[in-house]
Design a protein around this ligand. Sequence first.
Ligand SMILES: Cc1cc2nc3c(=O)[nH]c(=O)nc-3n(C[C@H](O)[C@H](O)[C@H](O)COP(=O)(O)OP(=O)(O)OC[C@H]3O[C@@H](n4cnc5c(N)ncnc54)[C@H](O)[C@@H]3O)c2cc1C
Length: 444
Amino acid sequence: MIYDAVIAGGGTAGLYFALQLGKRGFKTLVLEKDPPDRVSRRLDIIHLPYSLYERFGIEAPKEGDGEFGKEFLYSRSRSAIDTYEKVNSNHVYAVHLPAFNARLANLARDAGAEIIYGARYKRLIRECSEIKGIVYEKDGAEYEAFGKLIADASGISSAVRRDIDSPYMETFEIGPLDQFYVMLKYVIYDDPANETLEPVSWPYYKTWIGPFHGKSGGIIGCGASTSFDYCKYMMEKFEGRIPRPSYKVDHFEYGSTPYTRTPYSFVADNFMALGDSAGLTNPMSGEGIEYHFEFIKETLDAVCKALEDNDTSVEKLWPVNVIYNRSVNAANQEIRASVVCLMKMNERENEYIFKKGIIFRSDDEPEPNTVKELIKGVLSGDFSLKALTDTASGLIKAGKIRRHYEKFPGSPVGYAAWAKKADELWQKAGKITDMDRPLEVSGS
Ligand SMILES: Cc1cc2nc3c(=O)[nH]c(=O)nc-3n(C[C@H](O)[C@H](O)[C@H](O)COP(=O)(O)OP(=O)(O)OC[C@H]3O[C@@H](n4cnc5c(N)ncnc54)[C@H](O)[C@@H]3O)c2cc1C
């Protein structure tokens, strides 16, 4: 049997792709290396915007079902030494990821997808160098699965993408310095009155607190580039500067998400990369699910057209790149590039931008004249000239990246020259990890 699509990886990206293809009548096979009771167990609570459900055609969870954790209407963010708070309306669900993933699997199956658990991608099947399918291992034996389109949804490991041999597919590893490390400390407060009821974040430390669902405690979370050690260091700095009420640690969770640019092309002959394996995460926070779903939704018509026409060549799949890179991804990659300069600010500068509503602004605050306020900050000594010039030059470089993505070539012809120029622009913009200890807390 030849499937329309064979997808390696049964996380949120692979299952949502299978669900959408199934709804359009395509025959899809998902190969997941873990057994069903272990898939997505690496994390428990994740946050998904309320709008995600309606936008992507999935029923929202309800209080009392296994997936629902909590619902929030606002997000609060606070400045480096806790002086200023910004409040933004932000309707978000905290949900249990394993239950969300299990529901997606049921929906995909109902739409006709087959899912084989305990099936690990081993290698590609090629005929005359053309990709035809996947060899997978299950219970110690090897099996073959054939598909018109092979999709990599294997997460950070990017198991299939790294085996592709095509001038249109980058095979880079999402290495240790290309990840955003997240540490979640689940704590029980000594005084139950201190229970965390709603999420609050401190962007300066990339740290936040949130409820511990059902227990009189909270989750203290921290994310950092570079390493878990650096993440731990930042959490200690945060708790040293902004102490939490006394608590006992219940348990820790650790995980990482891609924190790297997306591959320039998401497609090659008979191949497509999705989800974390394609670096499709929020450029500020590393959260991925909304970004995976958006990519799939935006590009689905182009994929379905190629499958219907029985032609999944790179030329036929190219609209996937054009649609996504010229619009959503141009904006996302601009943000990704600008994060580098934002991270260079020190504690005092962070306080100043909070005070003036630059970048961080409550819904009811008027938009400031950023340039004027930054110059005033330099004159008052609240903002260094270096930070001002770094920020300005970083934002200019990031803007050039956006404009370059907006001019993504309309066909594979021209891709090599476009990619060469993109390499140069990314080189100039730099990476967060180019800065050693980018958020060193001054004066402590
Ligand atoms: C601590 C933490 C908190 C997060 N919080 C949020 C949040 O609040 N909101 C949000 O949107 N995102 C959040 N994220 C990010 C989000 O979890 C990921 O972006 C998303 O789960 C990735 O989905 P995926 O399907 O691409 O990859 P994964 O979920 O990694 O799925 C890949 C699947 O492929 C399987 N696989 C791997 N190799 C093979 C192989 N060789 N053969 C077959 N199968 C294979 C794996 O077993 C896995 O099931 C968080 C991440 C972390 C680490």
